[in-house]
Design a protein around this ligand. Structure first.
Ligand SMILES: *[C@@H]1O[C@H](CO)[C@@H](O)[C@H](O)[C@H]1NC(C)=O
Ligand SMILES: *[C@@H]1O[C@H](CO)[C@@H](O)[C@H](O)[C@H]1NC(C)=O
Length: 189
């Protein structure tokens, strides 16, 4: 007993020192990795609202919405379209182009026509040129108003959060072409 006690004390001490040094190094690295930034003056968060028209063009020689995945079932479930859809100020395609909606949508509902929308709104106009925000949400296209979250942004839309409300302006059952009014409500800096 008299000889084993100092041994176990020694090995406990070694383990303690090892664990302590590992913990010390781990927290030291975390401190270097993350730096808290301090704003010289607080920046005010703004709430912006604007309206654009989103054109899903499937027909003609220059479609902007192209089916890239075909559904294996008759209800269309699983269909995916890739889009580079014009965003204009007025409902006519010929009205002022302010940006594009780039991304894809997928038929994600087996019960009704419910889309998963995944798209970046990228603007080309004035001070908004190059700024983007991202819309990710559910779009039950035959509902009068569909609300989808804005989950982030870049440029003037950094830290963006908010929502869009989509309303069908025109929908051509024969060609599949649609013009949708998007009202955007977004908080940003
Ligand atoms: C910001 O302030 C915090 C708290 O006072 C400080 O720990 C941190 O180092 C500062 N960051 C910079 C980048 O100066
Ligand atoms: C937007 O930015 C692009 C590239 O930075 C530039 O080529 C273009 O002229 C700009 N458009 C406007 C309207 O400022």
């Amino acid at each position: 007993m008299a000889t084993t006690l100092p041994n176990s004390f020694f090995s406990t001490l070694v383990v303690f020192v090892l664990v302590a040094s590992i913990l010390y190094r781990a927290t030291g690295e975390a401190d270097d990795f993350l730096v808290e930034l301090n704003q010289s003056k607080p920046v005010r968060e703004k709430l912006s609202h604007f309206r654009v028209y989103w054109h899903d063009i499937m027909s003609g020689r220059n479609p902007t919405s192209i089916q890239i995945v075909k559904s294996p079932t008759s209800d269309g479930f699983g269909t995916v379209n890739m889009i580079d859809n014009p965003l204009t100020l007025g409902p006519e395609l010929s009205s002022k182009l302010v940006g594009k909606a780039q991304g894809f949508y997928a038929l994600a509902s087996q019960g009704e026509v419910g889309l998963l929308m995944t798209m970046n709104f990228v603007f080309i106009e004035g001070k908004y040129n190059g700024s983007t925000f991202t819309v990710l949400g559910r779009n039950a296209v035959f509902n009068k108003v569909r609300e989808m979250p804005v989950i982030g942004g870049s440029g003037l839309f950094r830290f963006a959060r908010g929502y869009v409300q989509a309303r069908t302006h025109t929908f051509d059952l024969k060609t599949g072409d649609a013009t949708i009014e998007y009202n955007v409500y977004v908080m940003h800096y």
